[in-house]
Write a protein that binds this ligand. Structure first.
Ligand code: 5GP
Ligand code: MN
Length: 339
């Protein structure tokens, strides 16, 4: 985003606008933190802003300032259609292509509103008038902080905005440990704490609100963990029956894939989760070093993401999906063993 873009956006903000802010489907901490952080900022200008999420998000995010204002496209569809039709500006946050919004895709495509993309995923599509993409950034929340700062509104960051942005930086950096965490990230985090983000509270809300059943599901996932040492790969599977047994709720499997990656000498981890209702297997991939799970997922599992964290889907059965995964791996033997 250059100076011309910034002055263009400043110009847009001079008069009250109808603004819709959209995260990706199945939004995570960064998606909800960045959209609600931006929402609170736009409210300072008295814009008519609304966050429309494609669908619901996990309970461990249901405390974020502004949570009660969020509309869900899949349940509030009519209201969302109206807001999208009336929008002057649509912000799309934390995703790189409109199909990542699921059922909202065609509605967003058809909208004549000015679109502004803010995102850190690989390969952004060219659908927006303003594209603010930086794949080196830890999180979209860090980019929203930069965006507000570039608009010379750093002084408007209050404790609500700080809380939202802290949340997404924390979740997308694995609590400040992934390689995307820079000294700048830490400076921003320090500033957000000074502006009122309560770091311990935020961490507790996200990580210390486990149900007993979720921990039992984790136990099941860990007992299903398989390791292929010669390919430095580990993977977990969870069938629909297993999910049902532990009364799976949205968000319960968040972070499970990282256990595979925590094994010594493992550089590639995957989790395969059966979803009978949608007739798909949802996959998460994680890696260490230069092995790109974004490329891997794009090539074989209709997905994408970042170099070290990506997702994808499969329409094969759970067993067939895992068989496919195992059959592809030897092609990457050199890449995996070079790590
Ligand atoms: P997760 O494995 O935590 O669901 O997602 C890891 C990263 O990949 C996130 O940045 C997420 O937005 C992205 N991602 C997850 N699923 C998909 C997918 O099906 N397609 C694409 N393009 N990206 C995905
Ligand atoms: Mn993100």
């Amino acid at each position: 985003m250059n100076k011309q873009d910034i002055s263009g956006i400043k110009q847009l903000f001079l008069t009250q606008k109808n603004i819709v802010i959209v995260p990706h489907k199945n939004p995570d901490g960064d998606a909800m933190g960045s959209t609600l952080g931006l929402y609170h900022y736009l409210k300072k200008y008295h814009h008519n802003a609304k966050v429309i999420s494609p669908n619901d998000y996990p309970a461990f995010l249901k405390w974020i300032p502004g949570d009660n204002t969020v509309l869900k496209y899949d349940s509030d569809t009519e209201m969302c259609h109206k807001l999208i039709a009336d929008a002057d500006i649509i912000f799309t946050l934390d995703f790189n292509a409109l199909h990542r919004t699921g059922g909202m895709e065609s509605n967003l495509e058809q909208s004549k509103a000015i679109k502004i993309l803010i995102d850190h995923h690989q390969e952004p599509h060219n659908y927006a008038s303003y594209i603010f993409s930086d794949v080196s950034k830890s999180s979209t929340c860090e980019m929203v902080y930069d965006f507000i700062t570039m608009l010379e509104d750093h002084s408007l960051i209050d404790s609500d905005i700080a809380t939202c942005l802290y949340l997404g930086i924390m979740t997308d950096t694995g609590s400040f440990r992934f390689p995307s965490t820079t000294s700048t990230t830490h400076r921003i985090i320090a500033d957000l704490i000074e502006k009122g983000a309560n770091n311990t509270f935020i961490h507790n809300q996200v990580y210390d609100t486990n149900s007993h059943e979720r921990l039992q599901l984790l136990g099941c996932a860990l007992s299903n963990l398989k390791v292929i040492p010669e390919l430095k790969t580990a993977y977990i599977s969870l069938s629909q029956d297993e999910l049902n047994k532990y009364h799976f709720k949205k968000g319960d499997t968040e972070g499970f894939v990282n256990y595979g990656l925590s094994l010594e000498n493992i550089v590639f981890a995957a989790i395969f989760i059966e979803n009978k209702q949608e007739g798909i297997i949802k996959i998460s991939f994680r890696s260490k070093g230069s092995f790109s799970v974004n490329d891997f997922s794009r090539a074989y599992f209709n997905g994408g993401g970042h170099i070290n964290a990506a997702g994808g889907i499969s329409e094969l059965s759970l067993n067939e999906t895992i068989k496919k995964f195992i059959s592809i791996l030897p092609n990457y033997s050199n890449a995996l063993n070079d790590e």
